[in-house]
Design a protein around this ligand. Structure first.
Ligand code: KIV
Length: 271
C-alpha cells in the first residue's frame, strides 16, 4: 500500500463545499516537481501551473510566448509531485481563442499528457463556446476575469481593471455567465475589493482573488513573488513571506568561498 494512499485529495466539489462553509481556499503557482512537492506537503489546496511560467521560469516579459507543449511539460512535472492538491493548468495564449474545437483539443492534450486535474482560461462571454465545449468533454474549467495578462497588449498596462462602471458591470455579467456555463471556480485579478466582494457574494462557486481584496473565497499568488525569489516585482497586493533571494545568495556565496579557499570538500566529505 502506498504511504500516500490515505491522503484525501482536493476536488472541485470540495472547493465548492469549502466556500459554502466559509473556509478560505489557498492557491499558489507551481511549475516544477521539487517546488510542487514542498508546496503540496505544506498543505496548499490548489496548485496552478500558471502561464506566468513564461515570466518566472523562462524570463519572458509577458505570458504570451509560452507554448502548449511547454505548459504540458511544466504541468506533468507538478502532477508527479502532488499527493493532495488540485492541479489546475493554464491553457496558454493562442491555443484556445481561435474556436471551441481548438480549445477542446488543447485542453484534452493538457489533461491526457500532463495528468492535470482542470484547466484555466482567461475571458468571459468571448470564450463562452470554448468553455462550454471543454466542459462538455468532462474537463473542469476555472475562469479568469479582471486583469487577464494574455490580453496585455489590448489593455496596454497592468493597472487595476474594472474601476469604471461599464467594465465592472461586464465583469459581473461574465462571472455569472461562467458560473452558469459550469465553471468550478473563477480567478479575479487586480480589481477593486468591493467589486470582488460583490461577485463572490453573487456566485455559489469559489472566487479566488489576486489583488482583489480579502472578501473573496480564496487567494492566489505567484510562488516566486511570495517567496521573494523575484526581485523587481512588488505590487501593492503582494505579501512576501520569505526572502529566498537572500537565502540562496548567501548560501551560494558561502559555497563559492569554501571552494575558492579549498575548505570544501573536507576529508569526511571525500571517499
Ligand atoms: O499564470 C498565473 O500565474 C496566473 C495567476 C496570476 C492567477 O494566472
Amino acid at each position: 500500500m502506498s504511504v500516500h494512499s490515505n491522503v484525501k485529495k482536493i476536488t472541485t466539489h470540495q472547493l465548492r463545499e469549502m466556500k459554502a462553509r466559509g473556509e478560505k481556499i489557498s492557491m499558489l503557482t507551481a511549475y516544477d516537481y521539487s517546488m510542487a512537492r514542498i508546496l503540496d506537503g505544506a498543505g496548499i489546496d490548489v496548485l496552478l501551473v500558471g502561464d506566468s511560467a513564461s515570466n518566472v521560469m523562462a524570463g519572458n516579459e509577458t505570458t504570451l510566448p509560452i507554448t502548449l507543449d511547454q505548459m504540458i511539460y511544466h504541468a506533468s512535472s507538478v502532477v508527479k509531485a502532488v499527493r493532495r492538491a488540485l492541479v489546475v493548468v493554464d491553457v496558454p495564449f493562442g491555443s484556445y481563442q481561435g474556436n471551441s474545437t481548438e480549445a477542446l483539443r488543447s485542453s484534452v492534450r493538457i489533461m491526457k499528457e500532463s495528468g492535470g486535474h482542470a484547466v484555466k482560461m482567461e475571458g468571459g462571454s468571448e470564450i463562452k463556446e470554448s468553455v462550454l465545449r471543454v466542459l462538455s468533454a468532462g474537463v473542469p474549467v476555472m475562469g479568469h476575469l479582471g486583469l487577464t495578462p494574455q490580453s496585455i497588449y489590448k489593455f496596454g498596462t497592468y493597472t487595476v481593471r474594472a474601476r469604471e462602471d461599464a467594465e465592472a458591470q461586464k465583469l459581473i455579467e461574465d462571472a455569472l455567465l461562467l458560473e452558469e456555463c459550469g465553471c468550478f471556480a473563477i480567478v479575479l485579478e487586480k480589481i477593486p475589493a468591493t467589486l470582488a466582494h460583490k461577485v463572490s457574494q453573487q456566485l455559489s462557486i469559489p472566487v479566488i482573488g489576486i489583488g482583489a481584496g480579502p472578501n473573496v473565497d480564496g487567494q492566489v499568488l505567484v510562488m516566486h513573488d511570495m517567496l521573494g525569489i523575484t526581485q523587481d516585482f512588488k505590487p501593492r497586493f503582494l505579501r512576501q513571506y520569505a526572502d529566498l533571494n537572500t537565502v540562496i545568495t548567501e548560501g551560494v556565496g558561502r559555497y563559492i568561498a569554501d571552494v575558492k579557499s579549498g575548505g570544501f570538500p573536507t576529508e569526511e566529505e571525500s571517499y
